[in-house]
Design a protein around this ligand. Structure first.
Ligand SMILES: Nc1ncnc2c1ncn2[C@@H]1O[C@H](COP(=O)(O)OP(=O)(O)OP(=O)(O)O)[C@@H](O)[C@H]1O
Ligand SMILES: [Mg+2]
Length: 375
């Protein structure tokens, strides 16, 4: 009857019993001298396939080329231990995230090999990565909320002041017949109206502007806005809409949706000074909002505006929804377009997302909730 009496047998059974760690011995040059069940399970090779071969076969070609395997052995030898996390390759070519420890084995002060333990940490790594993304989204959303509150107070006061200016200018214009003075007055009025428009956008971002939501078919709103949107594009910029059929109607503030579309199309146009293509699509998406991933998935009509323009620098990506963030020259952009889009989407119970990379175009999605009864 098999027993646990021999030390060597006990050790063998112990090492083989650890199925979630690859535990094996290397000779001083890095060739495999033993293998366990964990190694077979994690990396996919049987003992016959790997014993006698060099352990660098488990590294990615990039790491093998930059000398990572030899470096690991050297650090273990010189410092008494080497630990690392990184990507390794299975027999079938797929990659897994590994936590690795290499210990030198010494006998009478002389190096006779290495003990290597590798653990598959892919799941933990992916979980942490997902957590990181959710945390970033939450921080970003909290930052925008705070800026929104700050902006709101200012925008209210400013809006009231501008209304007084506009009313007074209208009155003065009424009493003035002198043509030159009239022209100046009209210039002042246009500037004040532009200011009022900006404060209205700020109010949307800061949730100080009540939305008037009514049941609409998004496809129709986009269809009817196409003429205005095309006029906003310069020569060489084409604009097309592809809308999924049978989209449910949603409760939305039409005026704000039109303003959001105009803001997005204007941004795309500005990103394509040499011409290009803008596509507007609308489709259904079932998901949890990215700022509240713990919420159950629900249904959204997602309107996407994509361009093949210059894209956005990675360091700017986290800032583009902030009010007043602009990379445009003074007088060219006020940095409020995307904050209006963001504020409008969030106030409508949905969310806005932006994907972009330098040189690879930009896609902004405005996702608006589908109310239960219209599903
Ligand atoms: N489609 C896009 N392609 C490339 N960059 C973009 C795009 N959309 C936005 N951006 C970048 O994000 C910044 C902020 O956009 P936002 O619409 O908020 O402000 P703006 O366009 O600069 O000014 P405003 O819209 O108030 O006139 C832009 O200055 C630009 O750098
Ligand atoms: Mg803009």
């Amino acid at each position: 009857m098999p027993s646990l009496d021999s030390d060597a047998r006990q050790l063998r059974l112990l090492i083989d019993g650890v199925a979630d760690h690859a535990i094996y011995l290397l000779d001083p040059e890095g060739y495999l001298r033993s293998w366990n069940t964990g190694g077979e399970r994690i990396k996919g090779y049987t003992a016959e396939e790997v014993i006698g071969t060099h352990f660098s076969r488990f590294y990615t070609p990039e790491d093998a080329a930059n000398g990572a395997p030899a470096r690991g052995l050297r650090i273990a030898r010189e410092e008494g231990r080497f630990t690392a996390e990184g990507w390794r390759v299975r027999k079938d070519g797929s990659r897994f995230h590994a936590s690795v420890v290499i210990d030198p084995i010494l006998e009478g002060g002389e190096l006779i090999g290495y003990a290597k333990v590798t653990r598959d940490t892919t799941e933990r790594f992916q979980h942490e990565e997902r957590l990181g993304v959710a945390r970033d989204a939450l921080l970003q959303s909290q930052k925008l909320e705070a800026i929104g509150k700050l902006t709101l107070g200012l925008a209210h006061d400013f809006n009231n002041l501008l209304n007084i200016v506009i009313n007074s200018l209208e009155l003065v214009e009424h009493y003035t017949l002198e043509p030159k003075a009239k022209r100046h007055l009209q210039g002042a009025m246009r500037a004040a109206e532009r200011g009022a428009l900006l404060t209205r956008q700020l109010l949307t971002f800061g949730k100080g502007h009540a939305l008037i939501a009514e049941r609409h078919a998004v496809g129709r709103i986009i269809g009817e806005a196409m003429d205005t949107l095309r006029r906003a594009c310069r020569a060489g910029v084409t604009l097309e809409a592809h809308l999924a059929e049978d989209l449910p109607e949603i409760d939305v503030d039409r005026e704000h949706l039109e303003a959001a579309l105009l803001n997005l199309v204007s941004n795309s146009r500005d990103a394509m000074p040499g011409g290009g293509h803008i596509a507007i699509t609308a489709s259904l998406r079932d998901c949890a909002p990215p700022h509240a991933t713990d919420q159950p998935a629900s249904r959204f009509v997602c309107i996407e505006v994509s361009d093949d323009g210059e894209g956005i620098a990675t360091e700017d990506l986290v800032r583009v929804f902030e009010p007043f963030f602009t990379t445009k020259d003074i007088g060219k952009g006020s940095g409020l377009g995307l904050s209006q889009v963001f504020g409008f989407a969030r106030q409508s119970g949905g969310f806005a997302e932006l994907k972009s990379a330098p040189g690879a175009g930009t896609t902004v999605s405005v996702c608006l909730p589908v109310s239960r009864e219209s599903e």
